[in-house]
Design a protein around this ligand. Structure first.
Ligand code: SIN
Length: 495
C-alpha cells in the first residue's frame, strides 16, 4: 500500500499569513522527513523574525472583526471545519502517518480525535456567557462578562500533529481570539492541511496564521511572539524546560499561559485489581503512539502478590505487538519520530539494565525495519536509581517495579517533580477514593488506561504545567473576565 492523498493540494508547503500562502521572506526552506525511511516528503519555510512579526500584524488586524462576530456564527464556521476534517479523514490520517510514523489506523483515529475538539468547541461557542452579580449597594447593577484574550500563540508538538493543534485553535476561535501557530518542525504538514480546511470552512484571512520553522530557527520565531505585547496568550505542549523558558520570557508582557508539559506517569496495579483489565489498560496507555505520549505510564508499580502473573500476561501481549511501517495494515507500532528519540530510549534501557533490570521482552533497536524502530520492551525490577524512574522515556518501554504496601507506592508515585497523569487498578472502593485523592496529578485513570476526551479537562500539576485543554475549562483559558458596574441608578421613578 502506498501513502498517496486523494487531494494533493492538502500538502501545503508555505506559511499562511494574513490569508496569503507565502514563502519565508528569506526563501529558506527545510525538509520534512518520513521517520520510517528518512525520505523527504516536502520542504517548508524556515521562517525568521520578520515572518513572525508579519504574522502578529495580521492576527492583530483580524482580531477586531473576529471578536465582534457573534459567538454562534464563529461556532458555525467551526462546525463547517469539523465536517471538512471528517470528509478528509483519510488524507489527513495519511499525512499524520507519513510525517509522524504512527500506523495508518492510528493516524486516522487521531483525525477523529482532533475533529472531536473542533466539534466540542463549535458547540461551546454558543454557551459563552457571564453572570449578573447581586449588588451589595443600592442603585448599582454589576455584571461579569467574558472576553477573548486577544492574539494567541499556539506552539504544538510532533506526537499528535492533528489533535494538539485542533485542541488549541478550536477553543481560541470559539472564544474570539486570533491565532499564530508554530507547528512542530518534524510534523508541520498535518497542521498546514488542517488549516487549509479551516480556510475552506470560512475562517477569515488573518484569523489563523501559521509560521513554520526548523529546530534551529524556532527560538527566533517564538522569541518575537514572546516579546510582543500584542500577543496576549501562549499555549504550549512540549517539554518542561521549554515551558519554563516560555514562562520566564513572557513575564515581561505578563501573558496568559497554558503549559502542557512533561509527565512521568505512574501506573499502579494493586493485589485486588482485575489483572486482565489492568493489562488491557497498560497496553492502551503505554503503547498508544509507540509510547510517545505525555500521559503514557512511565513507571509501572505492581504489588508483590500479583507481580509475576501480571508480568507474564503483559509479556505475552507485548510479544505479539506488530512493529512495522505505517504502510503495513497490521502495524501496531511504527518508527519513533527521529534518531534523537531512539538514542534516548536505548540509553534509558541500557542504564536500567546496568542498574539491575531484567529484560522480559524487547530491549533492542529493530534496524532491519529502518533507522528509527525500537522493539516494545518490558523491564522488571529496575532499580529506583534508574534514569527512567525520574525522566520521561517517551518510547515503548514499560519498567515494572515491585511494591508491598499502598503507602509505599503512593510515596513512590508522587516522588517526582511531574504531575500530569496517574493510573491505578483496584476493585476495592475505599482504596479507589483514597488513592485517587492521594495522587498528585492533574489526571487520574481509575481502572481505565484511555483517559483523553474532548469533554474532559486535560492538564497537569507541579512541573507538568498549568491550564487545561478540552472541556468547558479549556475554553476559559482563552478568555478573561471583565467586571461591569453601572451606578447611580435611581430607586424611584420620580413621577
Ligand atoms: C499529549 O501527549 O500531550 C497528548 C496526549 C493526549 O491527548 O492523549
Amino acid at each position: 500500500m502506498s501513502l498517496t492523498l486523494k487531494r494533493d493540494d492538502l500538502i501545503r508547503s508555505q506559511n499562511l499569513i494574513g490569508g496569503e500562502w507565502t514563502s519565508a521572506l528569506s526563501e529558506v526552506v527545510f525538509p520534512v522527513q518520513n521517520p520510517a525511511d528518512l525520505a523527504t516528503i516536502a520542504q517548508v519555510p524556515d521562517s525568521a523574525a520578520a515572518d513572525a512579526r508579519a504574522a502578529v500584524d495580521a492576527a492583530h488586524a483580524a482580531f477586531v472583526a473576529w471578536r465582534a462576530m457573534p459567538a454562534k456564527s464563529r461556532g458555525q464556521i467551526l462546525k463547517r471545519w469539523h465536517a471538512l476534517i471528517l470528509a478528509h479523514q483519510d488524507d489527513l490520517g495519511t499525512l499524520v502517518s507519513l510525517e509522524q510514523g504512527k500506523p495508518l489506523a492510528e493516524g486516522r483515529g487521531e483525525i477523529l480525535y482532533a475533529a472531536s475538539y473542533v466539534e466540542w468547541f463549535a458547540e461551546e461557542a454558543s454557551r459563552i456567557d457571564g453572570d449578573v452579580i447581586a449588588s451589595p449597594v443600592a442603585g448599582r447593577r454589576m455584571m461579569a462578562v467574558r472576553e477573548p484574550v486577544g492574539v494567541v500563540a499556539v506552539i504544538t508538538p510532533w506526537n499528535f500533529p492533528a489533535a494538539m493543534i485542533a485542541r488549541k485553535i478550536a477553543p481560541a476561535l470559539a472564544a474570539g481570539c486570533t491565532v499564530l501557530a508554530k507547528p512542530a518542525e518534524d510534523t508541520p504538514l498535518t497542521s498546514l492541511a488542517l488549516i487549509r480546511l479551516a480556510e475552506e470552512a470560512g475562517v477569515p484571512a488573518g484569523v489563523i496564521n501559521v509560521v513554520c520553522a526548523s529546530r534551529e530557527q524556532t527560538p527566533e520565531v517564538v522569541d518575537v511572539w514572546l516579546a510582543e505585547s500584542r500577543v496576549r496568550k501562549v499555549s504550549f505542549t512540549g517539554s518542561t524546560p521549554v515551558g519554563k523558558h516560555l514562562a520566564r520570557a513572557s513575564a515581561d508582557t505578563l501573558k496568559k499561559l497554558s503549559l502542557e508539559l512533561g509527565g512521568n506517569a505512574p501506573f499502579i496495579v494493586f493485589n485486588d485489581a482485575d489483572l486482565d483489565a489492568a493489562v488491557d489498560g497498560l497496553m492502551a496507555a503505554k503503547f498508544r503512539n509507540g509510547g510517545q505520549t505525555c500521559v503514557c505510564p512511565n513507571r509501572v508499580y505492581v504489588q508483590a502478590g500479583v507481580f509475576e502473573a501480571f508480568a507474564e500476561r503483559l509479556t505475552r501481549r507485548v510479544e505479539a505487538l506488530k512493529v512495522a511501517p505505517a504502510t503495513d495494515p497490521e502495524a501496531e507500532i511504527g518508527p519513533m519520530i527521529n534518531a534523537r528519540a531512539v538514542e534516548k530510549i536505548l540509553a534509558h534501557i541500557e542504564d536500567a539494565v546496568a542498574k539491575g533490570a531484567r529484560v522480559l521482552v524487547g530491549g533492542q533497536r529493530l534496524e532491519e525495519l529502518g533507522p528509527n524502530y525500537v522493539a516494545p520492551t518490558i523491564l522488571a525490577d529496575a532499580g529506583e536509581d534508574a534514569v527512567l524512574c525520574c525522566e520521561e522515556t517517551f518510547g515503548p518501554v514499560a519498567p515494572l517495579f515491585r511494591f508491598e504496601s499502598e503507602d509505599e507506592v503512593i510515596e513512590k508515585a508522587n516522588d517526582t517533580p511531574f504531575g500530569l497523569a496517574g493510573y491505578f487498578y483496584s476493585e476495592n472502593v475505599s482504596r479507589i477514593w483514597r488513592v485517587a485523592d492521594a495522587l498528585e496529578t492533574g489526571i487520574v485513570g481509575i481502572n481505565e488506561g484511555a483517559v483523553a476526551s474532548e469533554a474532559a479537562p486535560f492538564g497537569g500539576v507541579k512541573e507538568s504545567g498549568y491550564g487545561r485543554e478540552g472541556s468547558r475549562y479549556g475554553l476559559e483559558d482563552y478568555m478573561h473576565i471583565k467586571y461591569l458596574c453601572q451606578g447611580n441608578l435611581r430607586q424611584t421613578s420620580g413621577g
